[in-house]
Write a new protein. Structure first.
Length: 279
C-alpha cells in the first residue's frame, strides 16, 4: 500500500477498545507506515464522522457499540453478511469516496469458537443467544451458516428479540427475558452478545442451573478477560470461550481491506493485546 495508511475505530465510549493495539501490532509487523486510532463519536455525530473519513484520508474504520446498527443505515453499500445482520462493524472508504459496510463479527466469533472449543459440533442441540443488537445478529447469522439449526434469542427488550427473529428467519426463536434461565435448558452453547459483564457495566443476571454441564459458554466481552458469566461457568465445569479470540479474528478482514495484507493471528498478537488489559 502506497502512502500513509490511516484507519480507526468509532464508538461511544471508546476507551475500552483494544483494536488500536492489535492493528498497531500488525502495522509494525508488516512494516506499514500508518496508524490506527480511537475515534470517540457520540451517536448524534456518527453520520458526519463517517462522511468525514474520505476527506481526512482514512482508508476506513471499525464501528463498535453503540453504532453498528446505525452505521448499517448510513453507509452507501453493504455486503450480504451486513444485510443479514442489519449491522456493520467494518467501514471501507472506496476510491470514489463512498462508504462500504461489512459485518465480520459473526465470522470472527465462529473462528474463535473453532479454535478455542474443539468440542463444538453445530446443530446437535439448541443455542441460547443473549442479546439482539448488531453483534448478536451477526453471530446468529454466522452460527446458522456454520450449521446450527435452533437458536433461542433472549434480550432485555423482548420486542428486539422478536425483530431479530423476523429479520433472520428460520432457525431462530424469540424467548422473553423473564424466561432466560429456562431458555438454557438442553442447550449445547450459550453466548452472551451484550455489553453486560463489561468493565463499567452491570453483570449479566443469569441463573445457569438448567444449562447442561458440558455446554460451551462464550462471552464476546474481553474487558475483563473473564467476566462473571465465564467465572460462573468455569466454576461449574463448563468449557468457556472469552471474547479476545473474536476480537482478533474479526479484525483480519478489516486489515486486509484497508492495508492489502491478510494478517496472522498468532501468539505475538495475542500477547500484544493482553499487555493492554487489566490483570
Amino acid at each position: 500500500m502506497k502512502g500513509y495508511a490511516l484507519a480507526g475505530v468509532m464508538g461511544w465510549p471508546i476507551d475500552h477498545s483494544r483494536s488500536p493495539a492489535l492493528h498497531g501490532y500488525w502495522l509494525r509487523r508488516y512494516g506499514i507506515d500508518g496508524a490506527y486510532v480511537r475515534l470517540a463519536v457520540p451517536p448524534e455525530r456518527l453520520e458526519s464522522a463517517l462522511r468525514a473519513l474520505s476527506s481526512l484520508g482514512f482508508a476506513g474504520c471499525n464501528v463498535t457499540v453503540p453504532h453498528k446498527e446505525s452505521a448499517f443505515r448510513l453507509v452507501d453499500h453493504t455486503d450480504p453478511a451486513a444485510r443479514r445482520a442489519r449491522s456493520v462493524n467494518l467501514v471501507i472508504v472506496r476510491p470514489d469516496g463512498t462508504l462500504e459496510g461489512r459485518s465480520t463479527d459473526g465470522w470472527g466469533f465462529v473462528q474463535s469458537l473453532v479454535q478455542e472449543a474443539p468440542g463444538w459440533t453445530p446443530g446437535r442441540a439448541p443455542v441460547a443467544l443473549i442479546g439482539a443488537g448488531g453483534a448478536a445478529g451477526a453471530i446468529a447469522a454466522a452460527l446458522l451458516d456454520a450449521g446450527e439449526t435452533a437458536i433461542r434469542i433472549v434480550n432485555r427488550t423482548d420486542a428486539r428479540s422478536v425483530a431479530l427473529v423476523r429479520d433472520l428467519g428460520g432457525g431462530l426463536e424469540a424467548w422473553p427475558w423473564s424466561l432466560r434461565a429456562i431458555a438454557l435448558a438442553g442447550c449445547h452453547l450459550l453466548v452472551n452478545a451484550t455489553v453486560l459483564g463489561m468493565a463499567g457495566q452491570a453483570d449479566l443476571p443469569l441463573d445457569l442451573s438448567l444449562l447442561p454441564a458440558n455446554a460451551i459458554i462464550a462471552d464476546i466481552v474481553y474487558v475483563p478477560l473473564e467476566t462473571s458469566l465465564l467465572a460462573a461457568g468455569r466454576a461449574r465445569g463448563n468449557p468457556v470461550v472469552g471474547g479476545l479470540g473474536m476480537l482478533l479474528h474479526q479484525a483480519r478482514p478489516a486489515f486486509r481491506a484497508w492495508f492489502g495484507i491478510d494478517p496472522a493471528v498468532d501468539e505475538g498478537l495475542r500477547q500484544a493485546v493482553l499487555a493492554t488489559l487489566p490483570r
